[in-house]
Design a protein around this ligand. Structure first.
Ligand code: 5AD
Length: 361
């Protein structure tokens, strides 16, 4: 194919083939992609970076995803549940530091106990935040009733990554059983939309067996699903997982970072007014990673406010950053990164997805 990157961008001619061409762009061409994404970001969502204080509620998980450090079968993972008192402290901290929003993330459980625990946290978040705190949930696949209940109790956004939109690849990175069904995950995304959530999804970038074609399809998948938010980042191998055996077949760390930045930039070009997170996994591979993501299209950051005691145990992948930091340190670091990227922190605002408001009209 001989179409140039410049002409694809100019004609806005995006399909699987042209997106692969863009993902394979060389250094010089990539600059064009990044600068186009930066300019779209500036026009459509501005330079404010919204914060979501991230609470990792529990690493107990019913799933056994082949890439994830907190998978059910990992016996080296010390399991925890954050106590009510600590949750309240963390919520209060998010309010005091004017973060505007919270994300409650957890290993995936569908037990009654777990569902009720999340109910209670939502109620407390509404009280402590006086209704002013945006709440995002990232608690996996649940029934319609559960999604509806959580929506009623004040959660307005939900993150559920598709991980890979290619069903074949999905089954290479998950066990092939009822608990890890691709169609169920797709249905869950539809359910979330129909319950009125701002819906976020995302994928891992640089997975073993993943081709450029898969990533191009991931971008089109997100566009076609008309998502409101995205969190995606590089795949990082974890020693205690089955996929670790393929570590020698992976792209180099710098290639994975570059590819992740390209994915973010291209998604910003495709979906101009959505919220895109600059993810922790990027920072795990490169200290500059999260900052670079802000420069090429991301506009959301999720400082970890999980109480220090538990943080080291929510290790989805190796070298997760901020594991030894207390919340305050990590917030200060983050503010420096935001400023260095030429952005400003959007303190005290929820920072809803512009796309969602437009989609609701
Ligand atoms: N590398 C990168 N991301 C990972 N996640 C889980 N394990 C890994 C890993 N090894 C991501 C998944 C999940 C999110 C919470 O963390 O995409 O949805």
């Amino acid at each position: 194919m001989n179409q140039t990157v410049a002409s694809i961008l100019k004609q806005r001619d995006f399909n699987r083939e042209t997106l692969v061409r863009l993902l394979e762009a060389d250094v010089e061409e990539t600059r064009l992609i990044f600068s186009e994404a930066a300019s779209i970001k500036h026009q459509k969502v501005g330079n404010r970076v919204y914060l979501r204080g991230l609470i990792e509620l529990s690493n107990i998980c019913a799933k056994d995803c082949l890439y994830c450090g907190i998978r059910k079968s990992n016996e080296n993972c010390q399991r925890y549940v954050v106590s009510d008192a600590e949750i309240e402290k963390a919520i209060q901290y998010a309010v005091d530091s004017r973060m505007g929003s919270l994300v409650i993330q957890s290993g995936e459980l569908q037990t009654e106990n777990f569902i009720e625990r999340v109910n209670d946290i939502l109620i407390r978040a509404r009280e402590i935040g006086k209704g002013e705190l945006g709440v995002t949930l990232s608690c996996g696949e649940q029934s319609r009733e559960t999604y509806e209940k959580w929506r009623e109790l004040g959660a307005s956004r939900y993150l559920l990554r598709i991980e890979s939109s290619n069903q074949e690849l999905y089954y290479k990175i998950h066990p092939q059983d009822k608990t890890h069904n691709f169609q169920t995950r797709l249905n869950a995304l539809d359910l979330l939309k129909s319950c009125g959530y701002q819906v976020g999804t995302g994928v891992m970038i640089g997975l073993p067996f993943q081709a450029m074609d898969d990533l191009a399809s991931d971008l089109l998948f997100m566009r076609d699903l008309d998502i409101d938010m995205c969190g995606m980042g590089p795949y990082i191998e974890h020693r205690d997982t089955p996929l670790y055996q393929y570590k020698n077949q992976l792209l180099s760390v710098s290639e994975r970072i570059q590819l992740s930045l390209k994915m973010i930039a291209l998604l910003r070009i495709l979906m101009q007014d959505i919220n895109i997170a600059s993810t922790t996994a990027l920072q795990a591979l490169d200290k500059q990673g999260r900052m670079d993501a802000l420069k090429v299209g991301a506009n959301v950051m999720m400082p970890n406010i999980t109480p220090g005691l538990y943080r080291n145990n929510y290790a989805l992948y190796l070298n997760k950053p901020g594991m030894d930091e207390e919340a305050e340190d990590s917030l200060r670091n983050l503010e420096n990164q935001v400023t260095e990227a030429g952005c400003v922190v959007g303190y005290g605002v929820k920072g809803d997805s512009v796309h969602f408001s437009a989609r609701k009209l």
